[in-house]
Design a protein around this ligand. Structure first.
Ligand code: HXC
Length: 513
């Protein structure tokens, strides 16, 4: 028995060595942790249980039979994060560059199936050179097995991906199918084809960082939702994100204790400027409305004309979608529509109520937007809101113009409650443009067309640049003072807590992708 125990201990020790000291040192020298160190920081102490530590590949191609590392380059298992069951896999770059092949993929697939059957989140810590070249098509098959399960798990359990090293080729598509991606600055990158291939095919010269580093994906492509300066902060980010999200689509998000008090927020009265064309930062409205220090912004540096993120109201998770008047006047364009739509759908999948702050002058005009399909892309946001069955509330702080009024969670597309501040302007378009169109002849034939235009603009503004026409029809449920917003929202969300709403029976809808 003692011999057998010794053999077991030796195997465990060998598996825990990963690719050996030298490769671990190389990993550390790039400011990267090892797979096991990452799991150590992620999971509650002594809760991680490893699965498949002794798995090896079965290939003998290109001398692989002489190199059969235990675990096959990925550590998989389950444990607790803040007391809640979570499944995690961490690719081990010290073993064949974390490359993925048959056995490596089987371990991840096994974990995904456990996560789905047991209704708990799955976290992937990605650090991989992609498909293991020596194993050929079984590597590709392994990826596809994972992609398939990513898709089946979508909307059933939350799937989070942290990119903590290179992710090339197939390694990017599994994260792309998950709900959220996080990247570590300067030490992670994602691309379908690397700089060398780019140079061969298109003659473009570009560095790995520029092509697919954290900054690029946070600002240009929007592929990543979050970036962090180092791995430990990234891991803490995963934990924060999980704190807003339920274990699966059947459960409610976790809530924290909240002691109510005076909910008046006088600071809100001074945020919207007198001049309707002057910008302000919608984050000030958000931060003064939600529970203190609860706002966790998503996609912060991408499509900044819309702000999305998680927060809490009275201790309960909500998702926020807000036009940002400080960037492009808060206009809706292709990227902001996509950003908003994706976030709305995530919240709806996982029973997270939605709060919308609206100040939007409309959709962005121009050939760039039209030729790149603002019609189809704007429709995604419209579709996402219309389809969402979670409690939905809108607060119109200022402009609600044109089609954007309809799109931004109007009552007509299923919002449950719609509040407006007295500064709200709910109209087909801004007063200046409207006057120009409908009083065209009068302005043209006037002695002083400029003065006439101004007069007509004022007339139109008087009639429509307010919330009262909408309130008279019940499109707005209540016009409130800004300082009352928090109290009104707490009450409304509490009233909507047990909302049940069902979509018509169907296989699935056909969102305009
Ligand atoms: C097998 C791999 C590997 C791979 C890296 N390694 N990638 N082994 N298959 N895909 C091994 C290296 O041989 C090396 O082994 C060790 O991992 C570390 O790699 P280095 O190159 O020394 O590290 P580094 O300089 O940091 O560069 C990392 C890298 C580079 C940028 C990821 O290794 C690289 O470009 N790899 C290939 C990326 C790629 O093209 N993958 C295939 C994509 S195709 P030793 O023993 O020397 O330490 C694909 C198709 C799937 O994924 C499609 C599905 C849709």
């Amino acid at each position: 028995m003692n011999d057998k125990l010794k053999q077991l201990e030796e195997k465990i020790a060998l598996a825990k060595q990963g690719g050996g000291e030298k490769r671990i040192e190389a990993q550390h020298s790039k400011n990267k942790l090892t797979a096991r160190e990452r799991i150590h920081f992620l999971m509650d102490e002594d809760t991680f249980e490893e699965i498949g530590m002794l798995v090896t590949h079965r290939s003998s191609n290109f001398g692989l039979d002489k190199n059969k590392p235990l675990g096959d380059g990925v550590v998989t298992g389950y444990g607790k994060i803040n007391g809640r069951l979570t499944y995690v896999f961490a690719q081990d770059f010290t073993i064949m560059g974390g490359s993925l092949a048959e056995a490596h993929a089987e371990k991840i697939v096994k974990l995904m199936e456990l996560a789905m059957k047991n209704g708990a989140p799955l976290i992937g810590l990605n650090d991989s050179g992609g498909a293991r070249i020596q194993e050929g098509v079984v590597s590709l098959g392994g990826y596809a097995d994972i992609f398939y399960r990513n898709t089946l798990a979508s909307g059933v359990i939350p799937q989070l991906s942290a990119i903590m090293g290179p992710c090339a080729g197939g390694a990017v598509y599994s994260p792309a199918l998950t709900d959220f991606i996080m990247m570590v600055e300067q030490s992670s990158y994602m691309f379908v084809t690397g700089p060398n291939v780019v140079k061969t095919v298109t003659h473009e010269e570009v560095s790995a960082e520029e092509l697919g580093g954290a900054h690029t994906h946070a600002t240009k492509s929007g592929v990543t939702h979050f970036t962090y300066p180092n791995e430990v902060e990234c891991i803490n980010g995963l934990k924060s994100l999980l704190s807003y999200i339920p274990q699966n689509c059947e459960e409610e998000p976790p809530s924290i204790d909240y002691q109510g008090g005076d909910e008046t927020r006088t600071q809100l009265n001074g945020i919207v400027p007198e001049n309707p064309n002057q910008p302000y930062d919608i984050r000030e409205v958000i931060l003064n409305t939600v529970d203190e220090q609860s706002f966790y912004e998503v996609h912060k540096d991408f499509a900044e004309n819309i702000v999305v993120g998680f927060a809490r109201m009275g201790g309960r998770s909500i998702g926020i979608v807000a036009n940002q008047p400080a960037v492009l006047a808060g206009v809706l364009d292709i990227n902001s529509s996509n950003k908003g739509a994706r976030f709305v759908r995530f919240c709806d999948c996982f029973n997270i109520p939605l709060l919308v702050f609206e100040d939007v002058p409309g959709f962005l005009p121009g050939t760039d937007q039209e030729w790149n399909a603002i019609i189809t892309n704007g429709a995604k946001l419209l579709y996402a809101f219309s389809e969402a069955t979670v409690p939905r509330i809108t607060v119109i702080t200022r402009k609600a113009y044109g089609g954007a009024y309809d799109v931004m969670n109007s009552k007509h597309i299923g919002a449950d409650m719609n509040f407006a501040w007295p500064t709200a302007e709910i109209a087909v378009m801004g007063a200046k443009g409207a006057a120009e169109i409908i009083f065209k002849n009068e302005i043209r034939s006037a002695d002083n067309p400029k003065d006439k235009w101004k007069e007509k603009e004022a007339e139109y503004a008087e009639m429509f640049a307010n919330p009262y026409n909408a309130a008279a029809r019940g499109y707005v449920d209540e016009v409130i003072r800004p300082d009352q917003s928090r109290e009104k929202l707490l009450k409304a969300f509490s009233m909507l807590k047990n909302k049940v709403d069902k979509l018509p029976q169907k296989k699935h809808g056909n969102i305009p992708l």
